[in-house]
Structures are given as C-alpha cells and as structure tokens.
Design a protein around this ligand. Structure first.
Ligand SMILES: C[S@@+](CC[C@H](N)C(=O)[O-])C[C@H]1O[C@@H](n2cnc3c(N)ncnc32)[C@H](O)[C@@H]1O
Length: 269
C-alpha cells in the first residue's frame, strides 16, 4: 500500500473534508453532473430490486443517484468523512441507502454473494498488481452469479497495450504543473487549494496543498498527495479481471453530461 496512493485513509479524509467545505461555496449540482454513467447502467440493468454496492461512495453523489434510479444501494467507503457525507447527502435527497465501512479487499469475505452490481470509480487508482488482484478477487466474491463489476478509466476504444501510457503522455502535455483550484474565506482568513503535478515513474503525483490563513508565515499548510495511476487500461484490466476469476470484460460507451462519449466497463462474474 503506497503512502501516496488512494488507500491512505488520511489522504482521502483530508481531501474529502476540504471538498465538502469547497462545495458550500460551489453552485455546481455535482449529482446531476455525474449522473450519466449511472443512468446508462440503469438502461443495461432495468430489473427491479437489483442490489448495488457503490464501493467508492466519496461524498455520496453516485450512491444517491443510483438509489434515485431505483437500485437498492449500499454505499461503502473506508473513509469516515465519506461515510458521514454520504449519510447527510442521502438524508437531504430523501433516499434510503445503507452506509457501511467496507473495504475493497475484504468485502468479499464479509459479504459474499451480496450484490448484483459493484459500482467502482476508483479501481484504477490502485497501484500495485497484487493489491489490484486482492481487490478484484474480493469484489468478485461479493457479487452474485450473473453480477458485474462496473469500472472506469479503461477504454475499449484503445484496447491495445500502452493505452494508459498514451493517456499519461496526453495529461503531461495538457495538465498544468501547478494550479490554484480555489480560494474561500475561512474563519478569520482564507483557505487556498493548490495542486502541483509531478511525473513519477509511470504515474503522476498530484500534491494538493491547502494553505489555511493569509499565505504569510503564520499560515498552516495541509498537504495530501494522490498518485494518478495509468497502468490499468483496457488491455491490463482484461488480464487482471480474468486472473481474478471474472469470465469477461465488456466496454460500453455513454454520453457524459457534455455529450462526449465516455467509457464504462463491466467485468462479468
Ligand atoms: C475517487 S474517490 C470516490 C469519489 C466518489 N465516487 C465521487 O464521485 O465523489 C475514492 C474513494 O474511495 C475510498 N477508498 C480508497 N481506498 C479504499 C478501500 N481500499 N476500500 C474502500 N474505500 C476506499 C476513498 O475513501 C474515497 O472516498
């Protein structure tokens, strides 16, 4: 488990806490903006009463959307900040969701054969192949026969080896190395969120810096580094899913909120 990877509870707690804070200033309707993949999933699985584990609940956007679309939802997340936010979000939307401290690596043993679908928007953030194998095996075990794991980043339009590296090269060429994401009033001063991006092997490290105070010597700096992983493209995920016992991987395209074709993959039990 990498200290800079998505498994660090502290990293996610910190990022999610500030993201919650940021949203209090943000007029964007995040749930609507993120709804396209869940709506497409509903067209693929129209039956009533299907049980879905949203394995990456985060602030609860997808979990609430899935419940509103008629799925029976469990929102799982290792982060207590995420779970608290999801409970609040479900209450505000008046939907019923089970919120649970479920880890990708252990949910299969804790809840075997429990779900028809696992919705997972962060599987590609796993760095090490053995950690990917453990997560995929566990997620397969929590699925019922005919169930499927739903995941992203892997793109069937480029099924050849090296697709992930091509995306990384594009990101390196187009994403700014340093960016101020937002600044808001906070207590008697401000808080500023900046991100620095640095290539690191076949990944890109994103160092998030939150400057609490006016930016002078009395300011407090809070940092959280996430490693953007690019190795889990369609080619690599097909192999990893087969190794973990899935029978097939299919790619689907749907139009995102901007009308752009976007990939969503299903690994079938
Ligand atoms: C990319 S964020 C989720 C974003 C969310 N789906 C959204 O749309 O806002 C990834 C989430 O996975 C959670 N997470 C990371 N590693 C985990 C693990 N091993 N088991 C369970 N949750 C984990 C983090 O706490 C974080 O909330």
């Amino acid at each position: 488990m990498s200290e800079t990877g998505p498994h660090s509870e502290t990293t996610w707690d910190r990022l999610l806490r500030w993201e919650r804070f940021h949203r209090t200033f943000e007029p964007v309707d995040f749930r609507r903006w993120k709804r396209a993949s869940q709506a497409h999933l509903r067209t693929l699985f129209p039956a009533e009463g299907l049980r879905v584990l949203d394995a990456t609940a985060g602030l609860g956007d997808h979990s609430v959307n899935l419940a509103e679309l008629g799925f029976v939802v469990t929102a799982g997340d290792a982060s207590p900040v995420a779970r608290a936010a999801t409970i609040e979000s479900a209450r505000a939307a008046n939907v019923t969701i089970e919120v649970a401290d479920l880890r990708w690596e252990t949910v299969g043993t804790e809840r075997p054969l429990a779900y028809d679908l696992v919705f997972h928007d962060a599987i590609h953030w796993i760095e090490a192949p053995d950690a990917m194998h453990a997560a995929l095996t566990s997620l397969r075990t929590t699925l019922r026969p005919k169930g499927a794991l739903v995941f992203f980043f892997a793109d069937p339009r480029d099924p050849n080896e090296g697709a992930g590296e091509r995306v990384r090269q594009w990101d390196l060429a187009h994403l700014p190395r340093m960016e101020r994401l937002w600044r808001h009033p906070y207590e008697s001063g401000t808080v500023t969120h900046e991100v620095l991006r640095m290539p690191s092997g076949d990944a890109i490290d994103e160092r998030h810096v939150f400057t609490v105070g006016g930016g002078d010597s009395t300011s407090e700096l809070q940092e959280a580094t996430l490693r953007r992983i690019y190795r889990w493209d369609f080619f690599a995920m097909k192999r990893a899913c087969a190794d973990a016992g899935f029978t097939s991987v299919e790619g689907h395209l749907f139009d995102n909120d901007k009308g752009l074709p976007t990939a969503m993959c299903l690994a079938r039990v």
